[in-house]
Design a protein around this ligand. Sequence first.
Ligand SMILES: [Zn+2]
Ligand SMILES: [Zn+2]
Length: 229
Amino acid sequence: MMDIQVLASGSSGNCYKISDGKTTILLDAGIPFKKIQEGLKFDTKSISGCFITHQHGDHSKAVPELLRRGFKVYSNEDVRSVFHGVQRLSDKLPYRQGSFIITPFTCQHDVECYGYHVQSIETNETLLYFTDTAYIKYRFRNIHYILAEANYSFDVMAENAKKGHVPWFVSERVVQTHMSIDTLLDFLKANDLHSVKEIYLLHLSNANSDAASFKTRVQKETGAVVYVY
Ligand SMILES: [Zn+2]
Ligand SMILES: [Zn+2]
C-alpha cells in the first residue's frame, strides 16, 4: 500500500507526501517549509526528493528553503530557470528515485506544468498526480491511485459569474488553465480504471466547486474510494 498524505490542497498551497514504505517523496511544495515540517511531524529527513509541477507559488513556495537545506528538487525547465538548483526532468522520460520510477508528462496550464506518473517497485502500485491543467492529453492504465485536480464545476462558475460574484475574465482564465469536474469525469471514463482503488480530488476552488456532489459523481462513475480536499 502506498501511504498518501495531503499536507495542503487548494489555491493557497499544495503539498502531498507519498511513501511506499521504502522511499518518501513530496509532490509539490507550495506551503512554507515550517508547515511541511509540522505536517511530517519533523521527520523531513525521510524525504528523498521533491517533484514540483510548476512555478506558481501555491506549488513552489518552499522550494528556495528546500534547496537551501540540501533537499533534491526536480521539475521542468521553467521551474529550473526560476529556482537555481532545481534539477530538470525531461517530459516522458522515467526517472529513478529510490524505489519509485517517476515519469513527468506535460499538462495544459499558463506556464510549463508537469504531471507525474509514480510507479513503486516496492509495492507494485502506480499513482497518477496532475493539477493546474485544463485537460490531460494522455491515457493511462494499471493505475491504483489518482490525485487529480477538480477545480470547478462549469455550472457553479457560470452561476457565480452571472450573479457578478466572479468577474468573467477570471472565469475565462480558470477554464483555460484548470480542470473542471466534468473534464475530470471525461478523463476517468476514457481510461482503464480496473485497478484504481483511491481517487483524491484536489485544488477545489472555494467559490466554484461543490465538494459533496464532486465526490458522489466520481464515486458513482469509478467505484473507487474518493477523498475530497
Ligand atoms: Zn495551483
Ligand atoms: Zn498554477
